[in-house]
Design a protein around this ligand. Structure first.
Ligand code: HGY
Ligand code: MN
Ligand code: MN
Length: 417
């Protein structure tokens, strides 16, 4: 097991090196297209190049490293995750999958082995969607499902995604060319921290992901009447913030009371023209609803719409709910999961299949390829938080299992497409 210690230490030192690249200090924030995102990308590209991969930055800004197979007509396995982060993030969410993929390929190259398939390692540039309230921008380009209208979405400074792309040297006209053709895919493998407590509480270092929850991201606007905080009597107000506040709590209650693992979150709330002596006239908030069950998810959205309408009517507010993004639940590939389960068992661990409440780049990829995800235990399941942490021995377990999976895949994916 010692051989894995050196590799694990190498991964950890790169995790810390990448964590030091941030828009903010202290804290880790790398939003799409920022200087920090570009610096992180070039760091990862340098590591890929040093490992002997053919590297390139694609039109949207993904960092891509190819380990070609000598087999004519070989298909492609993609190993990937993301290097963008949420605000004040942890250091493992995303980079773990990219740096473990890099380690796997470094190990293949060092061993002189030739794989019967190409492996493309990809560091996706925007999975979190923090800057433009989108998700999966990078992986959608690779999957060929990027929606061009998203280029017009603007960030909080009014900069559009298209302008941000141009600024980093990308040309929207090239986006189609960066997709991997559907007939080239063999499969997709992503290693990611669990971001939940199940592995931690079960005392198991790694686990296969059975399914990824579907999610709906929306924006809700409450429009009332701004007014003087000192002169407008309480019974004559149309206070947009009180309406929004009632909605936030009602949405929490709706999710708490529902079956089928529905979760709902208002993560952002903005008061337009906010001032302490002005009755809020307009409030815009985000809504994030998820469930692994498509029926529960769509019922949750319908009931959320009902809440907004009812509160708006009762409080004399004009309300609007815009759905920004929907992604259906994804079932991971049974065959790849069977091999992953075999590798986990061979390493001496219980195979505990997990459902992911978090979204991942595997979601858009699942439309064009079989996807397989391996979760790695993280401390108390904490994520999207500076206390996010992975223990060295769990990394070593993950390396051993991932090596074994790659070996099994090279046995079954022996022949050209
Ligand atoms: O929101 C998510 O589930 C992921 O962190 N992007
Ligand atoms: Mn995340
Ligand atoms: Mn992530």
């Amino acid at each position: 097991m010692n051989v894995y210690l050196q590799r694990a230490e190498n991964i950890v030192s790169r995790i810390h090196e990448l964590a030091a690249v941030s828009e903010t200090s202290p804290g880790i924030t790398r939003r799409y297209g920022t200087a920090a995102a570009l610096e992180a990308g070039s760091k990862v590209m340098g590591w890929m190049r040093a490992a002997g991969l053919q590297t390139r930055v694609d039109a949207i800004g993904n960092i891509r490293g190819l380990l070609s197979s000598p087999v004519a007509g070989a298909g492609t396995l993609v190993i990937a995750s993301h290097i963008d982060t949420v605000v004040n993030a942890g250091r493992w969410d995303g980079p773990l999958g990219v740096l473990m993929g890099l380690d796997l390929l470094e190990n293949v190259v060092c061993s002189g082995r030739k794989l019967p398939f190409h492996v493309e390692l990809i560091a996706f540039c925007d999975e979190e969607g923090v800057r433009f309230h989108t998700t999966y921008l990078g992986s959608k380009v690779v999957a060929g499902s990027f929606e061009k209208e998203v280029l017009d979405r603007k960030d909080e400074e009014g900069v559009s995604l298209g302008e941000a792309m141009h600024k980093i040297g990308g040309d929207p006209a090239d986006l189609e060319r960066d997709a991997i053709p559907p007939d080239q895919w063999l499969g997709y493998f992503e290693i990611h921290i669990e971001q939940g407590p199940v592995l931690y509480e079960s005392k198991i270092p790694v686990g296969p992901v059975k399914a990824i929850a579907g999610q709906v991201r929306a924006e809700v606007i409450f429009k009332g009447m701004a007014g003087h905080a000192g002169t407008v009597p309480m019974d004559m107000r149309n206070d947009a913030l009180c309406g929004a506040a009632e909605f936030v709590l009602a949405l929490e209650g709706l999710a708490r009371a529902s079956e089928g693992g529905l979760v709902a979150t208002v993560g952002k709330l903005q008061i337009t023209n906010a001032a302490s002596n002005v009755i809020p006239g307009e409030v815009v908030c985000s809504v994030d609803i998820r469930s692994a069950d498509e029926e529960v998810l769509s019922r949750g959205l319908t009931r959320c719409r009902g809440l907004v309408a009812e509160i708006g009517a009762r409080r004399g507010l004009t309300v609007l709910l815009n759905v920004v993004q929907t992604s259906p639940p994804v079932i991971c590939d049974a065959r790849m999961n069977e091999l992953l389960g075999r590798a986990i068992g061979a390493a001496g661990y219980e195979v505990l299949e997990l459902v992911s409440g978090a979204g991942h780049d595997a979601v858009p990829i699942s439309a064009v390829a079989p996807v397989c995800m391996m979760f790695v235990r993280c401390h108390k399941g904490i994520s999207h938080h500076p206390l996010e942490h992975v223990e060295m021995e769990d990394l070593r377990a993950a390396i051993a299992v991932a090596d074994d999976l790659l070996h099994q895949l090279s046995e079954i994916w022996k022949y050209p497409l």
